[in-house]
Design a protein around this ligand. Structure first.
Ligand code: ATP
Ligand code: MG
Ligand code: MG
Length: 554
C-alpha cells in the first residue's frame, strides 16, 4: 500500500475527527462550473477532494456549480462527468446541481430580507461599482439601503416575476459599506438575467451570484470541509456571514494554492479562445492542458494522479514545471507500455547478401524488465527501413551508428555493414544504403566475439505498416504565457512549431490493429499513443506522448 498523503488540509481533517467534530463525518465536494472542459488544475482539486474523502472514509460530492446560465452547457456537464470517472474517481450517489437549489436559495434570500439583512438596490451597475469604493476608499451607502422589509419583499417578488428589465435592480446583502474587505460591502446576491438555463430553462429570470450560491449549496449538502483555491480567502468572511445569518450547517472553508503549470495557460476563458479561434483542433487537442487533451496525448489517469500527489498541497502560489508532469507519464509508461519498433523518418536498406524472397522472424521482448508482458514475432527480410538519423555519411565524433564501412547491430536481428550509398540522380540525396549482413550474428552477437557500439531499430519493408505520427511540442514558447497584466497577449507567445505531422512513419506489422488509446514505447524514440479519433485499422495514427528523456533539460 502507498502511504497516504499528509498535508495541512489532511492534518486539519485528522484533528477535526480527533476532536469529534461533525460526528466523525467527512464530506468534501468538487464543484466545477460547467462552462468548459476540465484541465490539469481541476485534476489537482479532484484528487484532493476525492482523495481526502477516501482517506478519511467520507464522501465527495460532484456538484455542478451551474448558477450562471449564459456560459453553461450540457455538453460540459457530460464531459466533466466523463473526465472525473476517467481520472479514477466515483461520486456514487452524490451528484448535485446548484441549480436544483434555486427555489431554496430564493427562500434564503427572502429570509434575509425579512431579517433586514438584504435589500433591493436600484443603482445602475456603474453606480454600484462607484459606491463600492476601493481598497483605499471606503464605500458609500446606496440610497436604496433604507428600503423597508415590505418594500424589499415586494420588489424582490417583482424581480422574480419578470416585471423588470435585466440589470435594473439587484438584491444585495446589507453588511458594511466601510468594511476593509470589499467582499463585505453589500455584495450582490441576485441579479436579473434573461438567459435560458441548461437545466431550468426559462423558469427563472433572476440568478444567484456565486457567493450567495456556493456556501449555501455547501451548507445544504452538509459538506464538512469546503476546499477552494486561495483567491477565495477574502470571500471566506462572506461565506461565513451567509451561513451564520441563515442558520445553516456551517462547513469549514479551507484555501489551498491553485496549480499553475509552465508553458501553458489554464484559465477556461483562454482555453476556450484557443478552441474557438481554431488555434488548436478542439478541447481535446493533444497540446491542451485539458484532461481530454492529455488523454488524447496518451497521458494515463495514474500518471496524472501521481503528478497531483507529487506536487503536494500548499498555501503559496507557485508555478510547477511541466517537466514534472512529463516525468510522471514517462515513469508510468516506462513501466507499462509495450516496446515496439517504428521508424519515424525511414531510410531504405538493402542487404545484398541476404537471400531474396526469404523472411525470418525474430522473437522480441515486449518489455525488457517485465517478462510477463510476453514476446512477439517481428519479421525480417532483405529490404528494411532504418531511421535516417541512424546513418551519417561522414560520422561525427561519438557517432556510433551506421556509416560507410561501419557495422551496427539491428535490434533482435543481425549485424549489418554499410557497403555503399545510393543517391537520387537529380537531388544527390541519399535514398538507399546497400549493406551486407553477417549470418553468424543472428540474435545480436558475433560468434567471433567482435563488438559493435551501436544498436538501431528497423522495420522490414514488405511487412511495415505506414503510420501517421503527430509530434507535439509545448504550445507556448515562454514559461508563463498568461503573465501579461491584461491577459490578452498570451497568443503572441504561441509556439508556431508545436505540432509536426509525419505521415510516412513505418511501424512493425503488429501495430496495424493497435487499439485506440493504447500506448507503446517506440524503441529509442519515445512513447506514442494511438489516436482515438483518427486512427484506423491498417492506417494507424499515433500521438507522441513524451520523448524518452526530457529533451528540454539537456
Ligand atoms: P477558471 O477560473 O479557469 O474559470 P475555475 O476555478 O473558475 O476556473 P471551476 O469550474 O469553478 O473553474 O473549478 C472547479 C474547482 O476546481 C474549484 O473548486 C477550483 O478551486 C478548482 N480549480 C480550478 N482551477 C484550479 C487550479 N488551477 N488548481 C487547483 N484547483 C483548481
Ligand atoms: Mg471560473
Ligand atoms: Mg469557479
Amino acid at each position: 500500500a502507498t502511504s497516504l498523503p499528509s498535508h495541512f488540509i489532511s492534518n486539519i481533517i485528522a484533528e477535526d475527527l480527533k476532536a469529534g467534530k461533525n460526528g466523525g463525518r467527512v464530506a468534501t465536494r468538487f464543484p466545477p462550473e460547467p462552462n468548459g472542459y476540465l484541465h490539469i488544475g481541476h485534476a489537482k482539486s479532484i484528487c484532493l477532494n476525492f482523495g481526502l474523502a477516501a482517506q478519511f472514509g467520507g464522501v465527495c460530492h460532484l456538484r455542478f456549480d451551474d448558477t450562471n446560465p449564459s456560459k453553461e452547457e450540457d455538453e460540459y456537464v457530460e464531459a466533466i462527468k466523463a473526465d472525473v470517472r476517467w481520472l479514477g474517481f466515483d461520486w456514487g450517489e452524490n451528484l448535485y446541481y446548484a441549480s436544483d437549489y434555486f427555489e431554496q436559495l430564493h427562500d434564503f434570500a427572502v429570509k434575509l430580507i425579512r431579517k433586514g439583512k438584504a435589500y433591493v438596490c436600484s443603482l445602475t451597475p456603474e453606480q454600484i461599482r462607484e459606491y463600492r469604493g476601493t481598497l483605499t476608499r471606503p464605500g458609500t451607502d446606496s440610497p436604496f439601503r433604507g428600503r423597508t422589509v415590505d418594500e424589499n419583499l415586494e420588489l424582490f417578488a417583482a424581480m422574480r416575476a419578470g416585471d423588470f428589465a435585466d440589470g435594473s435592480h439587484v438584491l444585495r446583502a446589507k453588511i458594511d459599506m466601510s468594511s476593509p474587505n470589499i467582499n463585505l460591502r453589500d455584495p450582490i446576491m441576485y441579479r436579473i438575467l434573461r438567459a435560458p438555463h441548461h437545466r431550468t430553462g426559462e423558469s427563472w429570470c433572476i440568478y444567484p451570484m456565486y457567493d450567495f450560491a456556493h456556501g449555501q449549496s455547501d451548507g445544504i449538502e452538509r459538506i464538512t470541509h469546503s476546499i477552494c483555491t486561495l483567491e477565495f480567502q477574502d470571500h471566506r468572511p462572506l461565506y461565513d456571514w451567509f451561513l451564520e445569518e441563515l442558520d445553516l450547517f456551517h462547513p469549514q472553508q479551507i484555501e489551498f494554492a491553485r496549480l499553475n503549470l509552465s508553458y501553458t495557460v489554464m484559465s477556461k476563458r483562454k482555453l476556450l479562445e484557443l478552441v474557438t479561434q481554431k488555434i488548436v483542433s478542439g478541447w481535446d487537442d493533444p497540446r491542451m492542458p485539458t484532461l481530454v487533451g492529455l488523454r488524447r496525448r496518451g497521458y494515463t489517469p495514474a500518471a496524472i494522479r501521481t503528478f497531483c500527489e507529487r506536487i503536494g498541497v500548499g498555501k503559496s502560489d507557485s508555478c510547477i514545471d511541466v517537466g514534472v508532469l512529463e516525468d510522471c507519464v514517462r515513469e508510468d509508461l516506462n513501466e507499462h507500455a509495450p516496446r515496439v519498433m517504428g521508424v519515424l523518418r525511414p531510410l531504405r536498406v538493402v542487404i545484398d547478401n541476404y537471400p531474396e524472397g526469404e523472411v525470418e522472424e525474430f522473437e522480441a521482448a515486449n518489455h525488457p524488465a517485465d517478462p510477463a508482458m510476453g514476446t512477439r514475432m517481428v519479421p525480417f527480410s532483405r529490404v528494411l527501413y532504418i531511421e535516417r538519423d541512424d546513418f551519417m555519411e561522414e560520422p561525427a565524433k561519438k557517432f556510433f551508428r551506421l556509416a560507410p564501412g561501419r557495422e551496427v547491430r539491428l535490434r533482435y536481428a543481425y549485424f549489418i555493414r554499410c557497403e555503399s550509398v545510393v543517391r537520387d540522380a537529380s537531388s544527390g540525396e541519399i535514398v538507399e544504403l546497400r549493406c551486407s549482413y553477417d549470418p553468424q550474428t543472428r540474435g545480436g552477437n558475433a560468434q567471433d566475439g567482435r563488438k559493435v557500439k551501436g544498436t538501431i531499430h528497423w522495420v522490414s519493408a514488405p511487412h511495415a505498416v505506414t503510420a501517421e505520427v503527430r509530434l507535439y511540442d509545448r504550445l507556448f514558447l515562454t514559461a508563463n504565457p498568461g503573465a501579461d497584466k491584461d491577459g490578452s497577449d498570451y497568443r503572441s507567445h504561441l509556439n508556431p512549431a508545436s505540432l509536426e505531422i509525419v505521415d510516412t512513419c513505418l511501424v512493425e506489422p503488429g501495430l496495424s490493429a493497435a487499439l485506440p488509446e493504447a500506448s507503446f514505447q517506440f524503441e529509442r524514440l519515445g512513447y506514442f499513443s494511438v489516436d482515438a479519433l483518427d486512427s484506423r485499422p491498417g492506417a494507424p495514427v499515433f500521438n507522441r506522448t513524451v520523448t524518452l528523456r526530457d529533451s528540454w533539460a539537456r
